[in-house]
Write a protein that binds this ligand. Structure first.
Ligand code: MN3
Length: 239
């Protein structure tokens, strides 16, 4: 229980607060005193912004319920580890090894990061949606043509049995690769850098597409935010 502050303590607190007024470290100090928690990031567009490719009802459920649940469960799994809760989510996930690290961290830490990246890599639909020239050329060089890349990625996403993700990623030698991951595993857990991920869990498409994963994937290509992907590529390769 909180004891009432003595006059001396009140003065000391007031003086300390005054001393920090107007200087940048003040906010940092105040925040550092609170226990860190992972939080749902703000969605960069409205729920209906991706229509008709991804419907508003799916977006709202996916973001408010599914993503939030990963975050809540992650915070719960880290209840006694405030030092880990203050890590950027990508750093936490990078340190996990599926099969060796606690399953709750792989599932919910991966779930939080994968969904955060997913929202960021979507935008309103565009016809003939392709990356800008430089990324387009890099992808074409790696997979013969951009259309061949799209075909191979689609095949990987369709072939992911059960729940998981399809990815465009950079391997350890910074070569562009396509791969899938199981459940909420991230390429980061395999020392690879994710650039673009497609959620192929049924919760991502079932309301609108039912069992037609192929139709969902075909529509998803129209809402890929290639600028986000290019920025991730630049960041990963400029280190
Ligand atoms: Mn999902």
């Amino acid at each position: 229980m909180n004891q009432p502050l003595t006059r001396r303590q009140m003065l000391r607190t007031a003086c300390a607060a005054t001393a920090f007024v107007g200087i940048a470290p003040r906010l940092t100090r105040l925040r550092a005193a609170e226990p860190a928690q992972y939080e749902l990031p703000k969605l960069p567009y409205a729920f209906d912004a991706l229509e008709p490719a991804i419907d508003a009802a799916t977006m709202q459920l996916h973001y408010e319920k599914h993503h939030q649940a990963y975050i809540d469960n992650l915070n719960k799994a880290l209840a006694d580890q405030p030092d880990l809760r203050s890590l950027p989510i990508a750093e936490l996930v990078r340190g996990l090894v599926p099969g060796k690290s606690p399953a709750a961290l792989v599932n919910h830490g991966g779930g939080h990061l994968n969904h955060t990246m997913f929202w960021e890599s979507l935008r309103a639909p565009r016809a003939d949606n392709r990356p800008e020239k430089s990324l387009s050329e890099l992808i074409a060089r790696a997979f013969k043509t951009f259309d061949a890349f799209r075909e191979q990625f689609t095949k990987t996403a369709l072939g992911r049995f059960g729940s998981g993700w399809a990815w465009l990623a950079l391997d350890e030698r910074q070569k562009l690769i396509i791969r899938d991951t199981l459940n909420q595993e991230s390429p980061l857990m395999f020392a690879q850098q994710p650039l673009l991920g497609l959620d192929v869990w049924e919760h991502a498409y079932y309301l609108k597409y039912q069992n037609r994963r192929a139709d969902y994937i075909a529509a998803w290509w129209s809402v890929v935010n290639w600028e986000t992907v290019a920025a991730r590529f630049d960041k990963a390769t400029s280190k």
